[in-house]
Design a protein around this ligand. Structure first.
Ligand code: S3P
Length: 719
């Protein structure tokens, strides 16, 4: 990578080959097929963005034309930068930068599509530049957390307005307030957050320092340095000679002094994406590409190739042949079929292979023994909940896979893998199962295969060309062929409402009528309360005064999970199913306090969301439609007037005989509970913007149930 001004052509530069990225080349003399993969997605986003902000004309080559980078290019166009169509073959093109302060406010919302990198990097850019704009995205992106970026920026003076749900897009960058810069410690290593903060520092000219507990990809830092901005990176705790994730205990700091800064234009050839190459390495290692593959022009940035270390531990024979050293290292990977064994993946190596973990789980299905993936809770907030998606899909193919809050166990098998899988609109889930489906004897139908365009356009064509057995194809044996178009997923139904609105009884009856599962979220909160009181597995409770400081890790140790059980879910705490003990007065008195502890809500969120992955769930609570299932197809918010709610509550214990004064007293209690629920800072009670309000004051219970069932049937009729 070089700044363009006066530089010689990059010695490492590979002219846009006629073959184009991903295309097949002549088989080499050793019978290995030589291939290339499309440009690196992370680097392409940054190249487009930084070239747009440079003073002068940059020349970029090998930019990924995938849907995510198209989203970045389109957003930059809306911000006033002229960007040509991204060439489908990675051919070179030029961008005339508008300079650090040259972005103009867009006319409409910036649609980031499926791309978390576009959204998060732009939040930093716009906040630092003080340019007002609204960012939005597709259904998957609207589910992904954004406060990890906006919270630090807000603390440093930038102003945002969440226009949908808390912590989610759409978000408006207000372009007001004075951005002061600062120092931020990330709770989880993240290149997107680190980059967003550095970019905010760059555009505002304010100092910025970001510290992270691990080593996330460093493309932004490298590219900024190549463009003349002195970004400092420091790694503490990395053993000499060790690669990221292999030395243990390292922490990283990236910092930028106060500006003003200017960016020199860039002359840059984007290397092939190692995350895309990983799929081909896996295919060849598992014997799905004949004698093997030679993959040329692959980016070998040490913060990205953790997968090679893990693959080797699994027995993959892969040779790495580096090209001449450049700012972003590049080289060739040579892979031959091998016998694979399970391994343990976790700890500091996770950030260096975060995007390859779904593939590791898929390979584990073909490796002898058990593969354990841990410390990877971030997978739950990627383009899909990748832990749930992989485990569910592997099970659909007959593989034993167990989920954990931060990972999964997968048991290898030699049995043919056959069946259909869902992708949850996630490109990497689609490709991981594409690889399994291309192995001899296996057949996997992948729903929404076009999702691969996000990062690897041409994936299926390349796979068909290099795979030993053409895929996909119907099973040879009498294994039942899954339906060509899978039945539509049944909807997720949310029922929220104030205390005494009858949500829980209604939800149970609706679920029964529809043959759906009933998710009683209250039971989970009660289970946590019980575990805090009794200490679950440890047998030792936690002093009540210290409940608010409980951490996610401690909650994980309680080993609470929801298990499917007939028409609903059963709560398991450790090895017990404490149904009766969840309703004791000790638990009842404390549950609403426990439900307000942020760590409790965060941890339980994932458990609840997983129950909705396959649809066909009726969930009741206070934030089911707003926070837990923002994408639910049917959302109902139950209301009833105070007295009626008070009467219903009392009727549960006293029958219809309650005295007028008792009803009035109960109504007062409910009114104060309503106020508390609406005003609390954590998940306040309010209807989701797309919820239907159902006033049940004058309805019988049967009528309430009927109204909700009608809504669900309508929604099913629309699919
Ligand atoms: C990316 C960083 C990673 C990765 C994502 C792309 C980037 O996410 O998973 O696909 O380009 O910066 P995190 O920032 O959450 O680690």
């Amino acid at each position: 990578m070089k700044a363009a001004s006066g530089s010689a052509p990059n010695p490492d530069h590979r002219p846009g080959s006629d073959d184009g990225p991903g295309s097949d080349q002549t088989p080499a003399s050793d019978d290995l097929t030589t291939v290339r993969v499309p440009g690196d997605k992370s680097i392409s986003h940054r190249a487009l963005l930084l070239a747009a902000l440079a003073e002068g004309e940059s020349r970029l080559e090998g930019v990924l034309p995938g849907a995510d980078c198209q989203s970045t290019a389109e957003a930059l166009r809306a911000l006033g930068v002229e960007i040509p169509e991204l060439p489908v073959d990675g051919a070179p093109f030029r961008i005339r930068g508008v300079g650090i302060s040259g972005l103009r406010a867009p006319e409409g919302p910036l649609d980031c599509g499926n791309s978390g990198t576009t959204a998060r990097l732009l939040l930093g850019v716009l906040a630092g530049a003080g340019v007002p704009a609204t960012l939005t995205g597709d259904a998957s992106l609207l589910r992904r957390p954004m406060r990890r970026v906006t919270a630090p920026l807000d603390t440093m003076g930038a102003r945002f307005r969440e226009e949908g749900l808390q912590d989610r897009l759409p978000i408006r960058v207000l372009g007001e307030g004075e951005f002061r810069g600062g120092r931020w410690l990330l709770p989880v290593a993240s290149a997107q957050v680190k980059s967003a903060l550095l970019l905010a520092g760059l555009l505002s000219g304010r100092p910025m320092a970001v510290e992270e507990p691990g080593r996330s990809r460093d493309h932004t830092e490298r590219m900024l340095r190549a463009m003349g901005v002195p970004v400092q990176s420091r790694w503490v705790g990395l053993a000499e000679g060790a690669e990221p994730g292999q030395g243990g205990g390292e922490r990283g700091t990236a910092s930028l002094e106060a500006g003003p800064h200017t960016l020199r234009p860039l002359e840059f050839s984007v290397p092939g994406d190692p995350s895309s190459a990983a799929f081909l390495v896996a295919l060849a290692a598992l014997g799905g590409a004949g004698p093997g593959l030679r993959i040329e022009g692959v980016g070998l940035n040490p913060t990205r190739i953790g997968f090679l270390h893990v693959f080797r531990r699994m027995g993959v024979e892969v040779e790495v042949l580096p090209d001449a050293e450049a700012e972003e290292p590049v080289g060739t990977l040579v892979v031959r079929p091998s016998k694979l064994v399970g391994t343990d993946v976790g700890g500091p190596e996770i950030p260096s292979l975060i995007d390859e973990l779904p593939l590791v789980a898929a390979m584990a299905a073909r490796a002898r023994g058990v593969t354990r993936i841990r410390d990877a809770a971030e997978l739950r907030v990627k383009e899909s909940d990748r832990i749930a998606a992989m485990a569910t899909n592997l099970r659909a193919l007959g593989v034993t896979a167990r989920e954990y809050p931060d990972g999964m166990d997968v048991e290898g098998t030699d049995a043919p893998l056959q069946g259909s899988v869902a992708t949850w609109h996630d490109h990497r889930i689609a490709m991981a199962f594409g690889i399994l489906g291309a192995l001899p004897g296996c057949w996997v139908e992948v729903e929404t295969p076009e999702m691969v365009d996000v990062s690897f356009p041409g994936f299926w064509e390349l796979l068909a060309r290099v795979s030993a057995s053409p895929a996909p194809r119907p099973p040879a044996s009498p294994a039942p062929r899954p339906p060509a178009s899978p039945a539509p997923r049944p909807p997720v139904v949310t029922l929220d409402g104030p205390a005494g609105s009858g949500k829980s009884t209604t939800a149970r009856a609706v679920a029964e009528r529809l043959g759906f599962l009933h998710l009683d979220s209250g039971a989970l909160y009660r289970a946590v309360t019980l575990a805090l009181l009794e200490g679950a597995g440890s047998g030792k409770g936690r002093p009540e005064a210290a409940w608010d400081d409980v951490t996610v890790a401690e909650l994980e140790a309680f080993d609470i999970s929801l298990e499917r059980d007939g028409g609903g879910f059963r709560v398991r705490v450790g090895r017990q199913y404490p149904e009766a003990r969840l309703r004791t007065p000790e638990v009842t008195e404390r549950v609403s306090r426990v439900a307000k502890i942020p760590a409790v809500r965060e941890w339980l969120l994932a458990a609840q969301r997983r129950t909705g992955l396959e649809g066909g769930v009726v969930a009741d609570g206070r934030d089911m439609g707003t926070v837990v299932f923002p994408e639910a197809e049917v959302k109902v918010f139950l209301v009833a007037d105070l007295e009626e709610r008070a009467r219903r509550r009392l009727a549960e214990t006293l029958g219809d005989e309650a005295q007028r004064e008792m009803v009035e007293a109960e109504a007062r209690r409910l009114a104060s509970r309503d106020r508390e629920d609406a005003e609390r800072t954590v998940a306040p009670l309010r209807p989701a913007p797309d919820a239907v309000e159902l006033d049940t004051t004058d309805l019988t219970f049967e009528e309430q149930v009927e109204r909700v069932v009608e809504r669900v049937r309508e929604a099913q009729g629309r699919t």
